[in-house]
Design a protein around this ligand. Structure first.
Ligand SMILES: *[C@@H]1O[C@H](CO)[C@@H](O)[C@H](O)[C@H]1NC(C)=O
Ligand SMILES: *[C@@H]1O[C@H](CO)[C@@H](O)[C@H](O)[C@H]1NC(C)=O
Ligand SMILES: *[C@@H]1O[C@H](CO)[C@@H](O)[C@H](O)[C@H]1NC(C)=O
Length: 332
């Protein structure tokens, strides 16, 4: 705002100097009108979200700090996402849009991370008109209407990227999405310079899916059984769990799509199942977010109330951190 005001003052004094030197009445009217139009536009841009750097600016420190402070138990995911998003946002000339596929058990932070990414790119975060979220069961519920959905989705992506090249599209419940629908958006994820004159290379696509969750859990459980530290887990330890084999199963939503074959997904990001200690941290963070004094005892209570699996070991929270919000009800 300060920058805008300064510019306006300089502009104002310059124009008035100019006007006074020539003809006072008529030109001052013309210049005055142009000026108020200009001022109007600046003020409008200030209050109304616009597709420019006032409203869209990546804060890598912000993303790093947010993930460190608010995302628990995901040392691999936070590292991969940091690298992927920062690399892409700093690249002046990307060859394709950024495509991330986040995988893991429910409640492990996939949605939450998407939100953090949005908040550190768009001034208005998830409420930005350049951020679009699609939930398969809500937006595309009827298999019989797949052709309508395809046309609609293609138009939405095209229309929105035309309005703002730096658009973010989040697809939730990819494992419940019709394979044909995924195929229909494939061209937008590819290495094209442009399609019908529109370039999609500045856009970001994030796919969220529970597919691979079970296989990821098995790897983490094996690690746990061997008494090894969870933080020792590396991305390569989970590559098997995120392999083609896993996605080629009928229920994964990636089934029969060539997103993977064609290498259109830039990063597969594994989210690990959460343990008791992580659920506790989620509760404490939630208390802080709600302006409550962190209460260790309450955090332990809520974490103990969750259901853990597998049946014998009881290591991982079945719903991750997903339902802890409801435990706060008796505070109100
Ligand atoms: C980026 O994020 C950091 C950490 O949250 C914050 O201190 C800083 O003010 C942010 N920078 C901008 C330009 O918003
Ligand atoms: C942008 O996407 C939204 C869905 O998020 C859709 O309702 C809207 O029509 C799209 N805009 C254009 C211009 O296609
Ligand atoms: C993934 O899990 C499924 C079912 O839980 C299993 O059948 C499959 O062998 C696993 N795949 C890998 C690569 O571990």
């Amino acid at each position: 705002m300060v920058k805008i005001c300064k510019g306006l003052i300089i502009l104002l004094s310059m124009s008035f100097g100019f006007v006074n030197a020539i003809e006072p009445i008529t030109t001052s009217f013309v210049v005055g009108t142009t000026l108020s139009a200009l001022i109007g536009k600046q003020v409008y841009n200030y209050f109304h979200e616009t597709c420019n750097h006032h409203w869209i600016a990546y804060n890598s420190t912000g993303l790093e700090v947010d993930m460190k402070r608010k995302l628990f138990g995901q040392h691999i995911a936070s590292r991969v996402i940091m690298k992927a998003v920062t690399g892409f946002m700093n690249n002046k000339n990307p060859k394709k849009p950024l495509v991330l596929s986040l995988h893991g058990w429910t409640g492990t932070g996939k949605n939450f991370v998407s939100q953090l990414i949005a908040e550190n790119i768009y001034e208005k975060g998830m409420t930005s008109s350049y951020v679009h979220q699609f939930v398969s069961t809500t937006h595309f519920p009827h298999p019989s209407q797949i052709d309508t959905y395809k046309t609609q989705l293609q138009q939405w992506i095209k229309g929105n990227v035309t309005i703002c090249p730096r658009s973010l599209f989040i697809f939730d419940e990819m494992d419940k999405m019709h394979a044909g629908l995924i195929d229909s958006i494939k061209p937008y994820l590819d290495y094209y310079d442009n399609l019908d004159g529109i370039s999609y290379r500045q856009a970001i696509f994030i796919f969220l899916s529970n597919a691979g969750g079970e296989n990821i859990t098995r790897v983490v459980l094996d690690f746990w059984s061997e008494g090894r530290e969870r933080e020792e887990l590396k991305l390569k330890d989970l590559e098997g769990a995120l392999s083609l084999e896993v996605f080629n199963n009928r229920n994964s939503g990636f089934w029969h799509t060539s997103l993977i074959d064609k290498n259109l997904v830039d990063f597969f990001v594994p989210f690990l199942p959460l343990e008791y200690s992580h659920v506790r941290m989620c509760v404490l963070a939630e208390m802080e977010a709600r302006g409550l004094t962190p209460d260790e005892e309450f955090a332990s209570e809520v974490a103990s109330d969750m259901t853990y699996f597998p049946k014998e070991e009881k290591v991982f929270s079945k719903k991750g951190c997903k339902t802890i919000g409801s435990k706060f009800d008796y505070f109100n």
